[in-house]
Design a protein around this ligand. Sequence first.
Ligand code: GLP
Length: 243
Amino acid sequence: MIVTKSYEDSCQRAAELIEAAVLANPQAKLGLATGGTPLPIYRRLIEDCKAGKISFAKVRTVNLDEYCGLNGSNTQSYRWFMDHNLFNEIDIDKTNTYVPSGLGDLAANCREVDKKVRENGVPELQLLGIGNNGHIGFNEAADLLHTETHIEQLTESTIAANARFFDKSEDVPTQAITMGLSSILAAKSIVLVATGAAKAAAIRGLLCNDEVTTQNPSTFLKLHPNATVIIDAALATAAGYEN
Ligand code: GLP
């Protein structure tokens, strides 16, 4: 648990943890995330790579999720997001990057994600953001959660939150392929970064008690032996977290 002065500092800390994993093992597998939160983290990785401080030449990556129905050349797809916000700007071999596919045989795609997570070793580090309702990846708050990669029906609140990236809210896909809880928790370490008052209730559930509930999927991180949550002081106060 790390409380920083600012979101900028949180992103710096997360970038340092990612770079430490890569320095320790240049062939590390990294689990990566999309959304607005990780963008400054990726900008730092790009800066440090361009400055020659870190190389991703042998790194492998696997992403958490993807919208169903969008192909990788669609600017709203998570493949496009990763290419343009990270992969195209660093020295990674793109053939070593994997973003789930939400097109074609979805059942086969789900099996492929779980294989990618586990083949030749699990991720050294899985980076996570968090949804307003506590979702991680696209595992929505519900009575039942899934352990393996599956197709998720997105909730109205998630569609509304993600509509800001689309021209119209009707354009937001209603389904996504996402790693399940055990695929996420398989990583050797987890780093979750959150900022903003909209995340306060989810963060309260994650940090302010010892309960695990499917109604806040992030609470399952409490079962992981090496999960680090990084929030700024403003969010800590909004969530009622006492350091
Ligand atoms: C999406 C992604 C999540 C992400 C969440 C929060 O739903 N599937 O991985 O954590 O949005 O996004 P943001 O960081 O933009 O608040």
